[in-house]
Design a protein around this ligand. Structure first.
Ligand code: ATP
Ligand code: MG
Length: 661
């Protein structure tokens, strides 16, 4: 892989932070990095004081014994003995200042309704809903599953749980009844919060119907609270007497005041399941204190967040990005956070750009999959709108290929807005590797350096640090405050997945390479590194090259077993609108890879497809493409956005190449 990684690294483009941005940024120099390197514990202690209001201070900042098989949690703890309330930090303390009249949440529904909640509004709604939960018997430590569309009731419900010390488990509203059932039962929830439905691309998402189907096999659920989103008449929604309650009815009688529980720093805050890109989703357990500290601090440092910003993260709150950087991070900082319910291409492909123009959004945080869709649709859509309010752009979720990075920088940011490529995971709770926009020269395609207080490295099979430009495994050598404490109900799996490969070191499952400047380049999952005749190739790098070809919109490359070479690359390609898919184009693309990387990397097959199989969080599921190319039965498909895509692809592939060829 050493040789071929050059195609990424040798691009050599460096973009200095725009001086107008640098001048005003919160962080303009290296001091934060230096402070953290000198004494990480003292650093996190200082940060915890700056960002969070504590009811009681800690006795010790940090303590750990590296997790080992057969031992039980907690393996490490942060801010030991301290007490806080996350909801108090995100709502109450702002409602006591001038911010009470500031917009906390700006919401737009897909059909175009608008709602703005000030911090005072949020304070009222959260207290009332916390009282509703109390009246249903919810206490500290109880689990509450939330299955809602992107509407303000979703953060209200999360914050109400946090206020009472109940553990929320948010299940993405696009998930099926089956996925919901498994998550309710795994978490042992007694209460479910849902809505009769939501909007997605003009269609109704039948949440209550899915919930009813799921609940047929969830004996532990005693109460269901149903928000009337307004997608259908309330009389058309079957409500089970005694179990189902309308949100608005319960709220009518709820009293206005509800005190905050004083929680221990290490008490659980929520459970959240990973995306399922590499296998069965894992229920990560995040805690109160450490999580909030890291999320609040990274939100301000990386997004340079200010009171006057209108900040929009386009993720769904059903993913960790939404938990940390739509709800807890922005609100803990007293910011204005935007929520949009629907699809980016409804009613037209310029909906996002219309939202940015309308609300004068200044910070946009999204995913490479979305950026590649916009590239495929063409520049004309963003060009229809005034995007001059934007000052910072961010991306997360997958490695971003330099081509998409540059498109985003140019066509959305007008070469004016730094682009922060943020690497992290559901497990990590907060961003770990990212530029700081006023400090870090940007290299398109690289997530730059580990943040202050984060100790990352790239290591070989034996856990030894790799020299620059030698790819290996991305690891973290010390716990940081927001790292998940365990997998809910399965502490052994937690130790086995993250802590066994290199004892005492957190194993991310991702491959990476550091360059001579100490910048990290993410190469995808460890499984996405393939071995062609003894040479290690990163499939991400092949994809990156393919996407630079003017005809290609998106590419997924996997390794197929080969008797002679061990593995050979196979490329699955989606083409830009209006370009015909011909055999000649396939050959041209193979040749393109050869010129850019070398003969070794020549794809054995190029397969055109209208769509790639993706998780509901928008990530390409390469493991299913591997199953197709190797003629295997498809693995777990429960977290796919559209299961028919992979089924169609499998049939087409087998028709063309024969089974298992
Ligand atoms: P599962 O763990 O269930 O297989 P998942 O890993 O996709 O699913 P998430 O926690 O949503 O679940 O995703 C984290 C992963 O996403 C990271 O391990 C990494 O592979 C990828 N990722 C996230 N952000 C970036 C980024 N900026 N650059 C490269 N990869 C990223
Ligand atoms: Mg993962």
């Amino acid at each position: 892989m050493m040789r071929t990684v050059d195609a990424l690294l040798s691009q050599g483009r460096v973009i200095e932070p725009p001086s107008a941005f640098r001048e005003w940024a919160w962080i303009r120099d290296e001091r934060l990095y230096e402070e953290a390197a000198r004494d990480p514990e003292a650093f996190w202690g200082r940060v915890a004081e700056e960002f969070v209001h504590w009811f009681r201070p800690w006795e010790r900042v940090f303590e750990w014994t590296p997790p080992r098989p057969g031992t039980s949690p907690p393996w490490f703890r942060w801010f030991i003995g301290a007490r806080l309330n996350v909801c108090y930090n995100c709502v109450d303390r702002h409602a006591q200042t001038w911010r009470r009249t500031k917009a906390a949440i700006i919401w737009e529904g897909e059909p175009g309704e608008e709602r703005v909640l000030t911090y005072q509004d949020l304070h009222r709604e959260v207290q009332k809903f916390a009282n509703v939960l109390k009246s249903l018997g919810v206490r500290r430590g109880d689990r509450v599953t939330i299955y809602l569309p992107m509407i303000p009731e979703l953060p209200i419900a999360m914050l109400a749980c946090a206020r009472l010390g109940a553990i929320h488990s948010v299940v993405f509203g696009g998930f099926s009844a089956e996925a919901l059932r498994d998550r309710i039962n795994d978490s042992g929830s007694r209460v479910l919060i849902t809505a009769e439905g939501g909007w997605r691309r003009g269609q109704i998402v039948p949440l209550k119907r899915n919930a009813d189907e799921a609940l047929a096999e969830c004996p532990g659920v005693e109460h269901v609270v149903v928000v009337h989103r307004g997608v259908m008449d309330a009389t058309h929604v079957p409500m089970r007497e005694g179990r189902d309650h309308w949100w608005h009815r319960l709220m009518e009688h709820a009293s206005l005041q509800c005190p905050c529980e004083e929680m221990e720093s290490e008490d659980p805050l929520y459970i959240l399941y990973t995306s399922g890109t590499t296998g069965k989703p894992k229920g990560q357990l995040h805690v109160q204190g450490g999580y909030l500290v890291s999320v609040a601090a990274t939100q301000k440092w990386i997004f340079d967040l200010r009171d006057e910003d209108i900040y929009w993260c386009t993720a769904d709150i059903g993913w960790v990005t939404g938990h940390s950087y739509i709800v807890y991070g922005p609100l803990c900082n007293g910011a204005t956070t935007v929520m949009y319910e629907g699809a980016p291409d409804y009613p037209d492909r310029d909906r996002w750009w219309a939202l940015i123009e309308k609300y004068r959004i200044s910070i946009l945080y999204t995913a490479p999959t979305a950026i590649r869709s916009f590239m495929k649709w063409g520049e004309e859509y963003p060009r229809r709108h005034d995007l001059s309010s934007l000052r910072l752009l961010g991306t997360v979720g997958e490695p971003i290929n330099p081509e998409a990075w540059l498109w985003y920088w140019e066509h959305i940011g007008g070469r004016r807005c730094p682009v922060v490529d943020t690497w992290w995971q559901t497990e990590t709770g907060c961003i770990l590797i990212s530029p700081l926009p006023g400090v870090t020269p940007l290299k398109p395609g690289s997530a730059a350096r580990p943040l202050p207080g984060i100790f990352a490295d790239v290591v070989d099979e034996e856990g030894r640090s790799c020299p620059p430009e030698v790819p290996g495994y991305l690891v973290l050598t010390r716990p940081w405050p927001a790292l998940s404490r365990t997998i809910w109900g399965d502490p052994e799996r937690y130790v086995q997945v993250y802590w066994t490969r290199f004892p005492g070191i957190y194993f991310t499952g991702d491959a990476a390479v550091k360059d001579a400047d100490g910048y990290f380049w993410l190469l995808g999952r460890v499984d996405d590194v393939i071995n062609v005749a003894g040479h290690r190739l990163s499939t991400m790098e092949l994809e990156s090259v393919l996407v630079e070809h003017p005809a290609v919109a998106e590419a997924a490359v996997i390794g197929r077993s080969d008797e002679v070479k061990g593995q050979v690359p196979v490329a699955f390609i989606t083409i830009r609108e209006g370009i015909p898919t011909t055999t000649e184009l396939g050959e041209e693309l193979k040749g393109y890879v050869v010129t850019r990387i070398g003969a070794l990397a020549r794809p054995a097959a190029v397969f055109f497809t209208a769509e790639l199989p993706k998780t509901r969080s928008g990530k390409i599921m390469r493991r299913l493409l591997r199953d197709i190319a190797e003629g295997r039965v498809l693995g777990d498909t429960t977290t796919l956005a559209d299961p028919t895509v992979v089924q169609r692809l499998k049939e087409m592939y087998e028709e063309r190449y024969g089974e298992g060829s």
